[in-house]
Design a binder for this molecule. Structure first.
Ligand SMILES: [Ca+2]
Length: 182
């Protein structure tokens, strides 16, 4: 992570003359793009469990320290991040609760896309969380999926708690919006 990628792209600069110019572009380095987003969830259990606690930049896994999310027992609990723009997502790192209930995350789906249908829970699936050990962080590949919304949804009745969700990606739409060109 963090390495620069070089991309060759072509640009039509004078379409009427059918002239093609080739440019070298620098893609922005990979970083956690979640921190500038806003988060919401299907419900909030108590004052400690706000949706924004999963993007506060703190992996603290003790629930009562106030850095984890917590829904009620819902029929299909979900948490959703709005990145405010379309980003290219390479992977998502989830930190699980460390003081209790680590099995609640089992089977959670990570979805990335641009739709808010069904609260974003119909967006393309990039990974299913098999399990994450108590208080541990695990990364799941999203293979350069582009989208504005990143959701974690439990497709069954349960409680969803996330202590941190890091979205590793690029603040451009892949090759199409390079940060800088020559
Ligand atoms: Ca946190």
């Amino acid at each position: 992570s963090g390495c620069m990628l070089l991309a060759f792209i072509y640009r039509v600069t004078h379409i009427t003359r059918w002239e093609l110019n080739f440019s070298i572009c620098l893609l922005s380095p990979e970083k956690n793009v979640a921190l500038k987003g806003t988060a919401t969830q299907s419900s909030q259990y108590d004052s400690y469990g706000a949706a924004g606690n999963a993007i506060d930049g703190n992996r603290n896994t003790k629930y009562t320290d106030g850095s984890c999310t917590h829904t009620n027992q819902d029929s299909k609990p979900w948490w959703r991040l709005d990145l405010q723009d379309v980003f290219t997502v390479t992977s998502v790192t989830i930190t699980n609760r460390g003081d209790c209930c680590s099995e609640r995350i089992d089977g959670a789906e990570i979805r990335v896309g641009n739709s808010l249908d069904d609260n974003g829970n119909q967006n393309p699936l990039c990974a299913v969380v098999p399990s994450i050990a108590e208080g541990q962080s695990s990364s799941f590949q999203c293979n350069w999926t582009m989208g504005r919304y990143v959701s974690v949804v439990l497709p069954k009745p349960g409680i969803l708690t996330l202590c941190e969700v890091e979205v590793n990606g690029h603040d451009s739409s892949g090759w199409y919006k390079p940060e800088r060109c020559w």
